[in-house]
Design a protein around this ligand. Structure first.
Ligand code: VGL
Ligand code: ZN
Length: 208
């Protein structure tokens, strides 16, 4: 596939807490770093997201006495998985992985900073109505095709790809540049949703 001037690489949440040794480590996460570093050289435009929670965030199991991690609870906006504390603003775990070479990133989108709402997607928070501003930014800059990479395939990459399509972009998930958490069938659900909405799954090898 040849890249066009208005193609964009969107790198999702490549942060220490999601990588080896982190508080919410995604299996084999570190393997995507060399793949993403190569992709960053191929794409003319790169945007990254950064999970950026307040301390005591409502998505943390520790904020709900009696609840445990990976349990689902009912939030005002719908079901919410409860996570270990992760990516707290200003902490080491919230930093980008030190081997990630995203110097050329043109925008860093922070998300998950409203204490009462989680945000998997780089476009809309989990209430599906609070925008981050990313869709307007990409539209105003004239981007058309969004290629997604990063963590986690079945959470933040999934929600971002789905919202990209719903916002009028075409979305491609680069599978070998992403890794999944895989909770309760979340990978199968992700693949089914991608197929239903027209999110395409591709390999980084298509860029040559
Ligand atoms: C993520 C769970 C909680 C992700 C972020 O980046 O996929 N997952 N916060
Ligand atoms: Zn988070």
């Amino acid at each position: 596939m040849s890249l066009e001037p208005h193609d964009l690489l969107l790198v999702i949440d490549l942060q220490r807490d999601f990588c080896a040794g982190g508080s919410l480590a995604v299996p084999d996460a570190d393997a995507v770093i060399p793949v993403i570093n190569r992709l960053c050289q191929r794409f003319a435009h790169v945007v990254v997201t950064q999970d950026w929670h307040t301390a005591g965030h409502s998505s943390f199991a520790s904020s709900h006495p009696g609840r445990t991690v990976y349990e689902t609870m009912q939030a005002p906006y719908g079901p919410q998985t409860l996570w270990p504390d992760h990516c707290i603003q200003g902490t080491r775990g919230a930093e980008f992985h030190p081997d990630l070479r995203v110097t050329k990133a043109e925008l860093i989108v922070r998300k998950g900073f409203h204490p009462a709402i989680d945000s998997y997607s780089g476009f809309f928070e989990n209430d599906k109505s609070t925008p981050t501003g990313l869709a307007s930014y990409l539209r105003e800059r004239g981007f058309g095709r969004i290629f997604l990479a990063g963590l986690a395939y079945d959470y933040c990459v999934r929600f971002s790809a789905v919202d990209a399509v719903r916002s009028g972009f075409s979305a491609f998930v680069i599978e070998d540049a992403s890794r999944a958490i895989n909770l309760a069938g979340s990978v199968e659900a992700t693949n089914a949703e991608f197929a239903a909405l027209g999110v395409q799954r591709v390999s980084s090898s298509i860029f040559g």
